[in-house]
Design a protein around this ligand. Structure first.
Ligand code: PGA
Length: 233
């Protein structure tokens, strides 16, 4: 299983260091071999010493080595910390920052050429879901994306379940992931209000290979609880 923590705009550099140390110790002490990712804020990126199954990634990067892109970081800046893993297509990037599918595909292809591991996020709004257009919409979020890419992980995160405390039901997740599985060989994650109390239900979905966790991952104890519950199942 894959457990990924998306810090969004949370945690200081000092706490991120403490977090990564505690998480590393937890994984080692419990002999957990599942794949774990942490996506801290840009200014908390560093060269951390971590066990083999823990990877630090960047939440975003501009598709350029460097240049005049005020407020962004590029390849040169993430390279400095040996970062080779990126989140792309998160609904907050799409909605708040207006990233279009065309731009997202450009970003995807730039980092794909460099061999990055990409956690590629898709997810429908409540309106789209209410109109019964979920799958059609999700497929459109793959425009320009190479689904055969070896280093791809897909995260299905329904927007209506993100940060709301109300996760999609097992049936909802199952319906979407099994449809995605017909065309996507890459590991499939679910994200949207995942916590230790629902991790087992989420991971019991047949095509679910792991989770992308936001709010319940921001404190290290809470993220470790999710992993602890998840590996028990
Ligand atoms: P959440 O966020 O766990 O707070 O719902 C998930 C995400 O946006 O990745």
């Amino acid at each position: 299983m894959i457990y990924a923590a998306n810090f969004k705009t949370n945690n200081t550099k000092a706490y991120t260091k403490e977090y990564i140390d505690k998480l590393s110790n937890f994984l080692k002490a419990n002999n957990i071999k599942d794949e774990v990712f942490v996506f801290p804020t840009f200014c908390s990126l560093d060269s951390y010493e971590v066990p083999k199954n823990l990877t630090i990634g960047a939440q975003n990067a501009y598709p350029a080595k460097n240049g005049s892109f005020t407020g962004e970081i590029g390849l040169e800046q993430i390279d400095e910390f040996g970062i080779k893993t990126l989140l792309i297509g998160h609904s907050e990037r799409r909605e708040i920052f207006g990233e279009t599918q065309e731009f997202i595909a450009k970003k995807f292809n730039f980092f794909k050429e460099l061999g990055f591991k990409i956690i590629y996020c898709i997810g429908e709004s409540k309106e789209i879901r209410d109109e019964g257009e979920t799958l059609e919409y999700l497929w459109s979020e793959f425009d320009g994306i190479d689904l055969e890419y070896d280093n791809l992980i897909v995260a299905y995160e329904p927007i209506w379940a993100i940060g709301t405390g109300v996760s999609a039901t097992k049936e909802d997740i199952d319906e979407v992931l099994s449809a995605l599985r017909t065309k996507v060989k890459a590991p499939l994650l679910y994200g949207g209000s995942v916590k230790s109390s629902n991790i087992n239900e989420v991971l019991s979905v047949k095509d679910c290979d792991g989770v992308l966790v936001g709010s319940a991952s921001w404190r290290v104890e809470s993220f470790c609880d999710i992993i602890k519950e998840g590996v028990k199942a």
